[in-house]
Ligand binder design. Structure first.
Ligand code: ZN
Length: 432
């Protein structure tokens, strides 16, 4: 297994230093890692054995990362309805536990991750890559003091763990605990970071000082970033992860896109037909997890949309950078036409300087409500302009209401729902 082998000496060093290498070196490593994964999948996973036989004859046809596109793009639906023996490793006992996604796409999904989290350094290396880039060694990374404000993860050594209910029920107590613990890094979703930052904003200046914030699990808007940075007196590093694959990319100190983690994943950006998009064009984010031998995710559709560049970053790293533009999953239906979440997000992108957070709600059969936590730049004209931008999308017979609020409800996972259908539970309008 790949991870058993990299735990030995120079292989381990090469693994943990790959992100610092040139693109030819990265590609060579990924070619080898991909071939190992594909051969493993052919031998031990019936679903992949069938796919390889039908599409390319055998695993031998996939010689490098360029050949990946010969394989189909798969999604949750390709696993669902099958017995797990078809798509999991049959060669031995699986050590990881069964996970379930929170179902933010509307479809709960059970899966196994790879064994990577059993490696003592891997999680910290994935979460604190920006510190590694500053020259911190693996041992030092594992001693980083962090506070985790999240759903249900298990805390590690040197980690303060606060649940969402801790934060929501007694925010001041949470602030005091964080201040007392003095973490170097705070890890959470933008929704919860925003709630914390809003609470801190009401306190005397300097209530909290956390050097770094690791924002993950949701889209981070520039306005939310600025608000969090100024109130927590932090530098925010945005990290892109999915529950199935874990961390995929993270920002460097230039904060201009997120560097892919080349030792862990291969990412492709493709159009709706599955063809690669030209560099710099938005498309579907397709990921291959090089470290999951339990339940391989090869060319797996994340449901997210993004833009990628292979241009070398000003920080000096060659590894490609990605900008996540939103999730395609989820839609609201008006007049029989589904309107995808990303279509709403695209319209609201122009107003992000005046919006801290928003939620799009189908509040009745012919009613759309946009709940907005406004910034100080939200003025008397803003609501009208937002309505104007959204009206052509939903149709002229839909009544749009802008509702200014101070908080958006978070789900048990710590995320907020960007689009919600409350039309079934809405009271019937008085028609008299
Ligand atoms: Zn960089």
């Amino acid at each position: 297994m790949l991870f058993d082998r990299i735990q030995k000496g120079w292989r381990e060093a090469r693994f943990y230093r790959l992100y610092l290498q040139s693109m030819p070196d990265i590609k060579k490593w990924q070619d080898d890692a991909l071939c190992d994964l594909i051969h493993h999948a052919e031998r031990n996973i019936p679903m992949w054995n069938t796919i390889l036989k039908e599409r390319v004859g055998s695993a031998a046809a996939i010689r490098n990362t360029d050949d990946l596109r010969l394989l189909p793009i798969i999604g949750k639906k390709d696993f669902m309805g099958k017995v797990s023996e078809e798509y999991t490793d049959n060669s031995g006992a699986i050590r990881t536990t069964l996970h379930t996604t929170s179902g933010s796409t509307g479809i709960p999904f059970e899966f196994y991750t790879g064994d990577k989290y059993f490696h003592p350094y891997y999680s910290n290396f994935a979460h604190f890559r920006f510190l590694a880039q500053q020259g911190r060694g693996l041992q030092s990374l594992s001693e980083t003091r962090s506070a985790l404000l999240q759903g249900t993860l298990i805390p590690k050594r040197n980690q303060l763990f606060l649940t969402i209910s801790d934060l929501l029920q007694d925010t001041n107590d949470s602030i005091a605990k964080i201040a007392d613990f003095k973490p170097e890094v705070l890890i959470s979703s933008p929704s919860l970071l925003l709630k914390l930052a809003q609470a801190v904003a009401k306190k005397p200046l300097g209530a909290l000082h956390i050097p770094y914030v690791n924002s993950t699990s949701e889209m981070l808007s520039p306005t939310t970033r600025t608000f969090i940075e100024s109130n927590l007196r932090s530098e925010v590093y945005d990290r892109y992860s999915t529950e199935e694959v874990g961390t995929i990319s993270m920002e460097c100190h230039r904060h201009n896109g997120q560097h892919l983690h080349p030792e862990s994943v291969i990412v492709e950006i493709v159009d709706m037909n599955g063809d690669p998009t030209p560099e710099g064009n938005e498309g579907r984010v397709i990921v291959t997890d090089l470290l999951n031998y339990n339940m391989p995710f090869i060319r797996y559709d994340t449901g997210d949309r993004g833009i990628m560049t292979t241009t070398r970053c000003e920080c000096g790293l060659y590894s490609p950078r990605i900008w996540i533009m939103g999730r395609y999953a989820g839609s609201l239906d008006f007049n029989g036409h589904p309107i995808h979440r990303i279509e709403f997000e695209k319209k609201l992108r122009y107003f992000m300087a005046s919006i801290l957070q928003f939620q799009i709600v189908k509040s009745g059969v012919y009613e759309l409500t946009v709940r907005i936590i406004p910034t100080l730049r939200f003025d008397s004209a803003s609501a009208g302009k937002i309505k104007e931008a959204l009206q052509p999308l939903v149709g002229k017979d839909i009544m749009i209401t802008i509702d200014l609020i101070s908080a958006i409800k978070t789900m048990p996972s710590g995320k907020s729902q960007t689009i919600v259908d409350e039309s079934q539970s809405a009271p019937k309008r008085d028609t008299i």
